[in-house]
Design a protein around this ligand. Structure first.
Ligand code: ADP
Ligand code: MG
Ligand code: ZN
Length: 476
């Protein structure tokens, strides 16, 4: 078999988190009752006129700057015509001829080092409604709440050479857009969706092979699997001496294979034409500058600054900057308690562990920096021991509870009072004659059990080291 090279270009749709839709004032809240967030504009009533939401243009410019694009000074909207029940106007307002951003790039980490992936363009468009098949009535119902929700479509150059590179690009893209705060980019909920265009060619060849397109992949994992599967499928076709058909294919994640949706012969003709109801969008230098000064510190710069300003290892910084929310919590809590490494430890270990266990995205962490700092201070001052600290942290994590209040109200402070400690040790010795005898007979390991008994009797409020010493002292 000859050696082949895989070529991938991605079209990524990202739902913006603006409060209102792109061409009307309807709210965009996710998960509302069907058809409660609609008006004549977003349901395509005759005569209703669209008005561009300024925030959408601003988010698009911000995304363009974050992805090193040129911003188009006079950009225009176009109608993409097609019939489908979730599309009440029978056209989608999009941008074909003069998209708002062009010629950008994103640098991603790959196996062979950093690599630039070109961004062909970013355009603004409206989302469609949603068809819901209702099995009880056998009918298909339509919910137009999503109709008119603003989307950015980010089109890459065919610069990726494997599914892994495609995922690295998607991760970097998501990171940038989340740092910008313009989209929550949740693939599972559909606020970030990727179309994978893929072709193969003999290694060393300069011309592109015929590609297929797999639409709406909704996880990094399915991008990876779909790319590997499609690449193998195309290589097999070429090896048989046949030709790849340019077509859209649907990836079935459960079966782990794709199947053809439509071929070139009946390819859609969208009959694009300029949108007559919207004026061209003019973007001047002042506007671009205004957006530029509001750009956030992105991960790369934040990483450098953290390494410079805090005495924490590069490993910590890598985790802390993986989500903007984590980085913000770290900085705020460190400023309050002055113990960056301790704060970092809580975020890297317990926080990340609970995020994994409870399926919480670190970007959605809901507790406050004040409460995290308070916990760090209590634990660091030895007011609570590490077991209690973990229990209290769980409450901070889950309900943003105030650690100082919980420790006080629930009497969780470590008992440093010698008297109370020795009374507890005394009763433990009385109640556990057998293990105590074992210990006295030289089975030194039994002390672990004895310490545990005292800790339990004191509801974890003792310092285990102090307990150990007291037992050792009493039993000689
Ligand atoms: P269309 O207008 O049909 O969507 P485009 O030329 O805009 O096609 O390309 C769409 C996406 O497909 C882009 O991300 C581009 O990089 C990618 N692409 C184009 N040709 C190929 C190819 N031969 N192999 C892999 N990806 C490709
Ligand atoms: Mg396309
Ligand atoms: Zn509306």
């Amino acid at each position: 078999m000859r050696a082949y090279e895989t070529v991938i270009g991605l079209e990524v749709h990202v739902e913006l988190s603006t409060k209102t839709k792109i061409f009307c004032g309807c709210p965009t809240t996710f998960g509302a009752e069907p058809n409660t967030q609609i008006c004549p504009v977003c349901t395509g009533m005759p005569g209703a006129l669209p008005v561009l939401n300024r925030e959408v243009a601003e988010d698009a410019i911000a995304a363009g700057l974050a992805l090193n694009c040129e911003i188009t000074r006079v950009s225009r909207f176009d109608r993409k015509n097609y019939f489908y029940p979730d599309n009440p106007q029978n056209y989608q307002i999009s941008q074909l001829y003069a998209p708002i951003c062009r010629n950008g790039y994103l640098t991603v980490e790959t196996e062979s080092g950093p690599k630039r992936i070109g961004i062909h363009e970013i355009h603004m468009e409206e989302d469609a409604g949603k068809c819901i098949h209702d099995p009880s009535s056998g009918c298909t119902l339509v919910d137009y709440n999503r109709s008119g929700v603003p989307l950015l479509e980010i089109v890459s150059e065919p610069d990726m050479r494997s599914g892994e590179e495609a995922v690295a690009y998607l991760e970097k893209l998501r990171e940038r857009l989340r740092y910008l705060g313009i989209s929550d980019c949740r693939m599972q909920e559909g606020s970030m969706r990727a179309d994978v265009n893929l072709s193969v060619r003999p290694a060393g060849s300069e011309t592109l092979g015929t590609r297929t397109e797999m639409k709406n992949l909704n996880s990094f994992r399915s991008v990876l699997r779909a790319a590997a599967n499609e690449s193998a499928r195309q290589i097999e076709i070429l090896e048989r001496g046949e030709a790849v058909v340019q077509e859209s294919r649907r990836w079935d994640d459960e079966r782990g294979e794709s199947y053809s949706m439509r071929s070139k012969e009946d390819a859609q003709d969208y009959r694009y034409f300029p949108e007559p109801d919207l004026l061209p969008l003019r973007v001047d230098d002042a506007w671009i500058e205004a957006v530029r000064v509001r750009q956030p510190e992105f991960r790369e710069e934040k990483t450098e600054r953290f390494l410079r300003e805090y005495e924490i290892p590069a490993y910590d910084v890598g985790i802390l900057t993986s989500a903007k929310r984590l980085a913000d919590l770290f900085e705020e809590a460190s400023a309050i308690c002055g113990k960056p490494k301790k704060v970092s430890n809580w975020l890297m270990t317990e926080t990340m562990r609970l995020c994994r266990e409870k399926g919480v995205d670190p970007e959605d962490l809901a507790f406050s920096a004040e409460h995290l700092a308070a916990l760090v201070e209590l634990a660091d001052a030895g007011e609570i021991n590490s077991t209690v600290a973990k229990q209290v942290f769980l409450r901070v994590f889950e309900e943003d509870a105030d650690p100082v209040r919980i420790v006080k109200e629930e009497g969780l402070r470590t008992v440093s009072d010698r008297g109370e400690l020795s009374t507890a040790v005394e009763s433990m010795i009385r109640e556990n004659p057998k293990p105590v005898q074992d210990y006295l007979n030289g089975k030194k390991k039994a002390i672990g059990f004895l310490v545990g008994q005292v800790m339990r009797a004191m509801q974890g409020r003792a310092d285990p080291e102090a307990v150990r010493e007291e037992i050792a002292r009493r039993l000689g």
